[in-house]
Design a protein around this ligand. Structure first.
Ligand SMILES: [Fe+2]
Ligand SMILES: [Fe+2]
Length: 200
């Protein structure tokens, strides 16, 4: 599927390219392509915004904690309970607002929730959450990749279940705490799976 390269898409693609390493940028392009496809399949009203969310979701991923914390303080954003791996999701949305007056609220919300998910996610939030996983090196290397992609096209809840369960598995193996939002996404989606969608 090809995206129409509007001035907005071109501008933010150039910006993303300057902010992150080439491998992170390539991940963002994969996420954007998958988000575009899933948005068309699942009927999201603005596939180009889904693509944009994919391009922009990790723009601050490679900044250090002091960068994120300074932004949080400027915005009086409460970050104490936020795991450090989710800092970039929130700082990215603040950077877009501060530097570009970016005000597409659904895109900003989807960027904010792409790491942890949340209890009530909009269609675009679901799409970006799933696309981020399917565009990861980890997912791409998996033998089951094409099955995961196909099942996520049939049922977005499958992709959400997949990402949340893999995150829980990974954190458990590393003996790291699991954020309650991740458990909530898992609980909300495991019961909504279309029967016979196995994880592998
Ligand atoms: Fe991310
Ligand atoms: Fe990502």
């Amino acid at each position: 599927m090809k995206i129409e390269l509007t001035d907005e898409i071109k501008k933010f693609t150039e910006f993303a390219k300057e902010e992150i390493t080439i491998s992170r940028f390539e991940h963002s392009q994969r996420v954007a392509d998958i988000a575009l496809e899933l948005s068309i399949i699942h009927g999201y009203k603005s596939p180009s915004d889904a693509y944009l969310a994919g391009i922009l979701h990790d723009i601050t991923k490679q900044k250090n904690n002091s960068f994120h914390i300074e932004i949080f303080k400027n915005h009086k954003f409460e970050y104490i309970d936020l795991p450090t791996q989710a800092y970039h999701a929130f700082s990215a949305s603040f950077v877009l607002q501060d530097r570009f007056n970016f005000n597409k609220i659904e895109v900003l919300n989807s960027i904010q929730s792409h790491t942890l998910g949340s209890d009530e996610m909009s269609l675009l939030e679901k799409i970006l959450y799933v696309s981020d996983f399917l565009g990861s090196e980890y997912a791409l290397r998996a033998e089951e990749y094409s099955l995961w992609l196909e099942n996520s096209k049939k049922d977005i809840y499958f992709g959400m279940y997949l990402k949340s369960s893999k995150t829980i598995q990974d954190l458990t193996e590393k003996k790291l705490p699991i954020h309650t939002n991740t458990i909530t996404v898992y609980n909300n989606t495991v019961k909504r799976l279309i029967p016979n969608h196995s994880i592998s």
